[in-house]
Write a protein of this length. Structure first.
Length: 320
């Protein structure tokens, strides 16, 4: 089969399209012929070595396809099943071995592309809006990068829960997308804490969903109201430097968390419950998944360059 292999962590040129032996499922595993693969910022972190993986490795942690073989002891997944997955390394390939316990059955009316575009970011948006800070009707919510794949889903899920969403974007085109997703107000990054205060009558927001990191962190804290929650779920602009926790007190007894999806899908029941919500909303049209670009698997380098260069909106997919 063909796969993308990283032998040495580094820039996007380390993503090498090559032939590798077909994988074989072991006990408790299934082999999936992939149809669509999600591209996510965590793939960049793995490629760079920011989140180290033993090299050589096949990057990618999200995909969807059809089960073509099952290993010993697999009883609840069968050949021919349509499945998706998240948090399984090795997805940038034509075939992937997936633990059966991590497979997610796909609704019959949902395409493989829609599934691969909605699982990792959709489940992340779900735990952020339903668990990290369960958005309540009338809550003021700040969503950074509101026109990105994560931002569009966060905006829609916060709106489903009755929140008022303020989104940040970097262009008129992205502003339009954020508004179409339901954002009540869309502002630029320059001076955004002052704009947030003005839009909230000086109160500040109840929660900030920040996947940008270093470039927005200080402003995000300054945008929070009393006992507000700062959910730092990513670091697209780089990691946040160490800071004095006393700032949380001075800002109004603020909360800060650095969550990750694995800690909010610790059991199969929790994984399937969140996935059931997300995929059900996507299938019904209650949540729209915006697929920005599709790339052949061999063009994974270009996909990473476009993602890191902020030249995209919505979700990027690799097609084997």
């Amino acid at each position: 089969m063909h796969a993308i292999v990283v032998t040495t962590p580094g820039g996007s040129d380390t993503l090498v399209y090559t032939e590798t032996p077909d994988p074989v499922p072991g006990p408790g595993e299934v082999l999936v012929d992939e149809t669509a693969i999600g591209v996510n910022y965590i793939d960049v972190y793995h490629r760079e070595g920011r989140y180290p993986l033993p090299a050589p490795f096949v990057p990618g942690s999200e995909g969807a396809g059809t089960v073509s073989a099952v290993g010993p002891d697999v009883t609840d997944v069968a050949v021919g099943d349509r499945v998706g997955w998240v948090n399984v390394i090795g997805s940038y390939a034509e075939k992937a071995v997936i633990p059966a316990a991590k497979t997610i059955p796909l609704p019959g009316g949902l395409s493989f592309e829609s599934a691969a575009a909605s699982l990792l970011q959709g489940l992340t948006a779900h735990y952020l809006t339903h668990s990290v800070h369960a958005v309540q009707p009338g809550d003021d919510v700040l969503v950074h990068a509101a026109a990105g794949g994560m931002g569009l889903l966060l905006t829609q899920m916060a709106k489903l829960r009755g929140g008022r969403v303020i989104g940040t974007t970097s262009s008129d085109e992205k502003r339009k997308l954020a508004k179409e997703a339901g954002a009540d107000d869309v502002i630029g990054y320059e001076g955004f804490p002052d704009a947030v205060r003005e839009l909230t009558g000086g109160r500040g927001v109840r929660v900030v969903y920040d996947g940008v990191g270093a470039a927005t962190f200080d402003g995000s804290l300054a945008s929070l109201g009393l006992r507000g929650m700062m959910a730092l779920y990513g670091a697209a602009s780089g990691p946040v430097p160490p800071f004095d926790p006393q700032r949380l007190n001075q800002g109004g007894s603020l909360f800060l968390t650095r969550p990750t999806l694995a800690h909010y899908t610790t059991t199969r029941e929790e994984l399937l419950a969140r996935a059931g919500d997300v995929l059900g909303w996507v299938e019904s049209g209650a949540v729209d998944v915006h697929i920005s670009r599709r790339y052949p698997l061999a063009e994974a380098k270009q996909a990473h360059d476009d993602l890191e260069g902020r030249r995209t909106t919505g979700k990027l997919l690799l097609i084997p």
